[in-house]
Design a binder for this molecule. Structure first.
Ligand code: AOF
Ligand code: ZN
Length: 387
């Protein structure tokens, strides 16, 4: 029997061909192009192919814009090619609902009327209005639907979107810049600069892909940071400061940046200074159940940010904030830049977790290390047990 090259299996027991796999890899690459611009919606890429030839491609460019599937369908139609009998590869299950807040028409409708024969999906959409319904609708219309191709890569691509729908809170990424002996500042609070420009450039890129960066009041007092994206091209995230007593100095840079509406201070309850800060253009969010000075309840902080459309947060310090997120188990990924320096004394990146023994240590999974400039970058993920 003569086998077309594009039908060769990716591996002997895989339901997908090597060509299927290449198409999905490409769709994932395309999806990434929307990074930083689609939140709170996901990154999505799509490819349309027939007989081992790609006919067109698309991706979700920005929040509220055309969906990846519709972009790909339109791209093929624009070239005058027929869609009959073609395969559609999409990184996320096509959407199938309408509603007052829905910006785009359901993709399933466009796919069904297009003549597409088969749809290959990396991940099911966890959005409660989709969550398998898109697949069902396509199958009921007689379309072959296969799922799970490169699903691990798809999960990683939209870790913020998946975390939000599964855990009801934004994705939390802790970023620590420390010395070899785990200090994030000298005893007096001086932290400039533990890491070099290469590491700081990577942090700026990370910031541009996150909806929000978050620091505690202590970090603002010690470093007076801007928390903007300056060393690479990209958009500034929302800058969140946890300051339960609303006691930041008026001179803090975060309060006078040109885009200061992107600074949000979270405090405990009402405070006479709230209106002054708002008049200056800075956002203030008083948490009703917070106790001034007692450290803000992080669960409530995350819920409040989630309600404002924040799907991902980069936590940048300081030590008490890192420790509080770790203690509460409210984190997903940690990146530690380890600089070739030893202070021997100073402020710890993490402290006060009170382990009784090694068995109480927080363990990480999906661990990686790489060299960034002069630093070793160590990264790992939260191990969620039983879920
Ligand atoms: C996207 N882009 O390429 C796909 C999405 O308000 P809407 O119409 O933009 O719909 C958003 C939902 O549609 C989103 O939460 C997700 O469940 C689904 N798929 N969304 O923004 C896309 N395919
Ligand atoms: Zn859609």
């Amino acid at each position: 029997m003569v086998t077309s090259k594009h039908l060769q299996k990716a591996s002997p027991d895989s339901p997908f061909s090597a060509f299927d796999q290449r198409c999905m890899e490409r769709a994932l690459v395309l999806a990434r192009r929307g990074a930083g611009n689609t939140s709170p919606n996901p990154l999505v890429g799509a490819i349309i192919a027939r007989d081992g030839r790609v006919l067109g491609e698309g991706w979700h460019r920005r929040y509220g814009g055309k969906h990846a599937e519709a972009e790909a369908l339109d791209a093929v139609c624009a070239t005058g090619q027929s869609l009959a009998g073609a395969d559609l590869y999409c990184t996320l299950e096509p959407c199938c609902f309408t509603g007052p807040l829905k910006r785009q028409p359901p993709c399933t409708q466009g796919i069904i009327t297009s003549g597409i024969r088969r749809v290959v999906i990396a991940n099911q959409d966890p959005h409660p209005a989709v969550n398998g319904k898109g697949i069902r609708v396509l199958r009921e219309a007689g379309i072959i639907v296969q799922t799970g191709l490169l699903s691990a890569a798809g999960e990683k691509l939209n870790q913020d979107f998946f975390t939000f729908h599964r855990r009801n809170r934004p994705f939390v990424h802790l970023k620590i810049a420390q010395t070899l002996d785990g200090r994030i500042a000298a005893p007096g609070g001086d932290a400039r600069w533990i890491t070099d420009t290469a590491a700081r450039r990577l942090v700026h890129r990370l910031r541009s892909h996150y909806d929000a960066v978050l620091v505690g009041r202590g970090t603002v007092l010690a470093d007076d940071p801007e928390l903007t994206v300056r060393l690479v091209k990209g958009r500034n995230p929302l800058r969140v400061v946890l300051d339960s007593r609303l006691s930041l100095p008026d001179t803090a840079k975060l309060l006078s940046l040109p885009d200061r509406e992107k600074t949000l201070i979270i405090c405990s309850g009402e405070h006479p200074r709230i209106q002054n800060l708002r008049d200056c253009g800075v956002g203030v969010l008083p948490l009703e159940n917070g106790v001034p000075g007692a450290g803000l309840p992080l669960g409530a902080v995350l819920t409040a940010l989630g309600e404002r459309g924040v799907r991902s947060i980069l936590v940048e310090g300081g030590g008490s904030i890192f420790s509080a997120f770790l203690r509460a188990g409210l984190w997903d990924r940690i990146s530690v830049f380890i600089a070739p320096m030893i202070l021997g004394d100073g402020i710890n990146g993490v402290s006060g977790l009170a382990p009784a023994s090694i068995g109480d240590a927080l363990e990480l999974e999906d661990v990686s290390t790489r060299r960034i400039g002069n630093q070793l970058l160590f990264e790992g993920s939260h191990v969620y047990r039983n879920c």
